[in-house]
Write a protein that binds this ligand. Structure first.
Ligand code: FAD
Length: 375
């Protein structure tokens, strides 16, 4: 059977679903990709900002990485401070390989660039199309789609990819649980646009007792402030006056992952399979990695290996983000004092900064075996 003859549906055209569609299409498959929304995430409501080196490696064969590299902002300083004192600074571009450990691009732009690449392969998402139900056996899933005009379509599939986010219908229909925990602290974010250019090349985390305020560039004139403190806006050091608040949100952090990322020929990828805190900027990157591995395994006829191959990577990333989250949400003054004392010492321990940067780069999960020389 030729590659294009397998009937594949991708539910969800977020970053994960789009990456799956690109990687399948460039290998000769003709997947359908649907999304309940009217289009990609609005530019002003971009959750993910950090794109790591592993993602750019994975998106190199399709050249989507080139498009992202052209627009992304290079970060040359990651700074952690406590009050006026700089605890340490690290340069994310000081890592072996083709790409800096991390760059910044608003998720809305990343998704639009992925959409552009997908249309080069003549695949377009079907917007305003909801995956309503999944029935039949999970070996040969039968799905019902509903369009905006109310019309319905029933299809039998060879493969169903659930890239439909944290509340995944696919996951629920497959009867796969989503165990984990919600942590006590809420996180708050505020994106400001300024009337003059700002310096987009550095990320800064300011530690308070307790709490943090993170400063992450969104673009050449916009900054995101991310905090664990409800009153954090009074602690923002705006780079220039006249900033306009363009997006504010607060959210609670969950650490959850499925026990198994597939059932029969139903596969879960991205937030449908795992969610965690934004500390470390890993969520979207991990979803894109799932998608690229799944497409590769489908092309090799080895998709039944997907769940076993991906789970160690998911566990590694959840463990890393959990540790980082606990570091920034510490309350006890003794604990925060010890953290602030040891952080600058630890970063000078030989090999520590390199290991830290490799995990920021996403190089702490198995490299893609289909890309020559990938780390
Ligand atoms: C504040 C914040 C900051 C973050 N920063 C980073 C970062 O810097 N780097 C990083 O890598 N990650 C980051 N993340 C995480 C990242 O945003 C998510 O991991 C990522 O969006 C997951 O992508 P996805 O495609 O798997 O899911 P989603 O982006 O949730 O996409 C799922 C898609 O499925 C569609 N859908 C849902 N149900 C159906 C249905 N029944 N039928 C059809 N379509 C459906 C939805 O409309 C949606 O388009 C951050 C998250 C937050 C909250």
């Amino acid at each position: 059977m030729g590659a294009g003859h397998r009937n594949i549906l991708i539910a969800g055209a977020g970053a994960t679903g789009l990456a799956a569609a690109i990687e399948l299409a460039r290998r000769g498959f003709r997947p359908r990709i649907i999304d309940s929304d009217v289009g990609p995430v609005p530019l002003s409501e971009s959750r993910a900002l950090g794109i790591n080196a592993r993602t750019l490696t994975l998106l190199s064969p399709s050249r989507a990485a080139d498009a992202i590299q052209q627009e992304a902002y290079r970060i040359d300083r990651f700074r952690v401070r406590a009050g006026k004192k700089v605890l340490f600074e690290i340069d994310p571009s000081k890592i072996d390989g083709r790409f800096p450990a991390i760059q910044v691009l608003a998720q809305g732009r990343t998704e639009r660039l992925l959409l552009g690449k997908l249309s080069d392969y003549e695949v377009e998402p079907e917007w305003q199309t909801v995956l309503e139900s999944v029935t039949g056996t999970m070996d040969r899933p039968h799905v019902t789609l509903r369009r905006a005009d109310g019309s319905r379509e029933e299809i039998d599939l060879d493969i169903l990819i659930g890239a439909d986010g944290a509340h995944s219908i696919v996951r629920k229909a497959a009867g796969i649980g989503f165990p984990g925990e919600e942590i006590e602290e809420a996180f708050y974010l505020a994106d400001y646009r300024y009337p003059q250019p700002i310096d987009p090349r550095y990320v800064e985390i300011s530690l308070f007792n307790p709490g943090i305020v993170g400063r992450i560039p969104v673009s050449g004139d916009s900054v995101r402030y991310l905090s664990t403190l409800p009153d954090f806006e009074s602690r923002i050091a705006h780079p220039v006056p006249g900033g306009e608040l363009v997006w504010a949100a607060n959210f609670r952090i969950h650490f959850r992952h499925v026990a198994r990322m597939s059932k029969g020929n139903v596969f879960l990828a991205g937030d449908a399979a795992h969610i965690h805190s934004p500390a470390g900027a890993r969520g979207m990157n991990l979803g894109i990695e799932d998608a690229c591995w799944l497409a590769y395994l489908i092309s090799e006829g080895r998709e039944q290996d997907y769940a076993d191959l991906r789970m160690p990577a998911v566990k590694t990333v959840l463990k890393q983000t959990y540790g980082l989250t606990r570091l920034v949400t510490m309350h006890h003054p003794v604990a925060t004092g010890l953290r602030n004392f040891f952080a600058p010492l630890l970063i000078r321990v030989p090999g520590f900064a390199r290991r830290f940067l490799r995990s920021v780069a996403g190089y702490d999960t198995p490299p893609p075996v289909w890309i020559d020389g990938a780390q």
